[in-house]
Design a protein around this ligand. Sequence first.
Ligand code: ADP
Ligand code: MG
Length: 654
Amino acid sequence: MDAPLIALKGVWREYVSGEDRLQVLKEIDLTIEAGEMVAIVGASGSGKSTLMNILGLLDRPSLGSYHIRGRATGSLDSNELAALRREHFGFIFQRYHLLGELTARDNVEVPAVYAGTERGARHGRASALLERLGMGARADHRPGQLSGGQQQRVSIARALMNGGEVILADEPTGALDSRSGEEVLRILEELNAEGRTVILVTHDPAVAARARRVIEISDGVITADRRREASPAPASEPVSAPTARTEWADAGKGSHLTALGEALRMALLAMNAHRMRAFLTMLGIIIGIASVVCVVALGEGSRQRVLTNISSLGTNTIEVFAGKSYGDVRSAKISTLVISDADALAGQPYVAAVTPTVSTSAVIRYRAVEANALVNGVGAQYFLAKGTHLAEGRLFGTDAVKRRTQEAVIDENTRTTLFGEGVSALGRVILVGSMPARIVGVTEPQQGGFGSNQNLSVYLPYTAVQTRLIGSQSLRSITVRVADDVSSGLAEQAVTDLLTRRHGSKDFFILNTDDIRRAITSTTQTMTVLIAVIAVISLAVGGIGVMNIMLVSVSERVGEIGVRMAVGARRRDILQQFLIEAVLVCLIGGVLGIALALAFGLVFAQVQTGFSLVYSATSIVTAVVCSTAIGVGFGYLPARRAARLDPVEALSRT
Ligand code: ADP
Ligand code: MG
């Protein structure tokens, strides 16, 4: 004789809670043949559902063996169990356990989706089943729009979707009025008559009386097992239930691609059904990403502005001033810095250019226009030393310096002040104090930043200024441009040594622009660190938001995961769906977050003109990658944990 369809041997099930061990099933031995209709009756709490869940492979015995057609189930892995649930069993729950976001037809189709049945065939079969159960007109309604009896019929259709060789119904009429209950019982009888095995749990003796075999259970022990004499022999061959199917292994009919498509569709359906939840999850990501991107862009914008200012400092120069320091009141009188010092410096190998400077202020005049200007007496190498550029004309040469020629270079400010916009100044003669000078060049206006001021500057050979304006041979300062390949610190030291030797004492002080540059650069480095820290904080805050909402939304859905597994979803199916959902939410949220950040930049540009947001691709990528990782991690990991539960445990969390 063939092995029985179902054989339990010495099955125990105990629940452990803390110190307590609760034995719910004790030493159950039970054999059920294919084609039987069995009612399991007993008082509430006697262990009927526990037994049923074990029979339906939603739960495992703590001890003992469960064989299906002679094959032990204890050694099956989760995929094989899922395949059995999907292909052979149809579970009907007291509380229906339909998925609220799906229509009746979609609910019925779920087991076939996991079986990999092609879409058209699935649709057709689901519609036919619903039609047969009198639900044809309601196929497109959601569970919430159906009565209890109607929902139970949908869940019966779902149980039959992949064949439903064995129907397990746990108090299927428990929540129904008597008329709907009668209807459901009639359907179950009909299914049994077709050759399906029907196992029915009830506490109602009237319901039990409909079965040909009644098993009584009390306090976890089978106390009676009666068969009605009058019962006809079970149909030898089932009409539509494919009992001969013994292929338990995962029959992956659909390709991975269609499975992925289904998972994507499922994820979209779930997101659409819970728009608010999806939106809130996205909001965390949107705000997180937008704030990180904006903070970094703001920081980078201000940093770049500071850097522009630094570059306006010009080349790397060392300025030697007479006196002890800037404030030295005697410095004007100190006449120790002389032209021969400049000549000596010019001879040094680490010096690229040298120019002596003297300065004074004077009134400049052109026809009727007068203005106060800073008059700089400089050498021929001045612009080379300072890195200043000429907009037009030329600088006076060494010759002009030697001969005290009254040639002037003026800056853009001066040109506009004296001659007006767009008028060429070259060749015109102006009065500097009482000295006439011919304009030979105009400097380029300085780019913003430090030292950019509204002063009018006029450059003349220092020799001319010394003799005609100041009447003294001493220098205010000597500007040295250090050779490119020499460290400015070493050069500063060498200059100090040389001049100290020449003067006998250190009666001068040195201003090294490199020091200033370094100070500002280190400020911007501090800013960079600051930006990074704020960005990381924003990222963490956004991440925690995403994490929270993901955790909540998944734990809210453990019941759904249970239902899906009960109708035959593999772990992989569940994980795929949640992964896709999490990735979709994160990607859409990411795109919206970036868009929000860019929109902020546009608004900012309208309001603030000082500097603009400088977006960094790194910050955008980092923000998107991090929040996606967090979203996927916290959407996926709890789903994975839920998918590892036994279905009955997940189901109990609805
Ligand atoms: P029935 O379906 O016959 O009413 P159940 O099989 O649902 O009874 O439960 C049998 C006993 O097992 C009850 O006392 C119940 O409290 C206990 N029980 C059921 N599920 C759990 C669980 N997950 N943890 C602890 N005890 C449980
Ligand atoms: Mg029960």
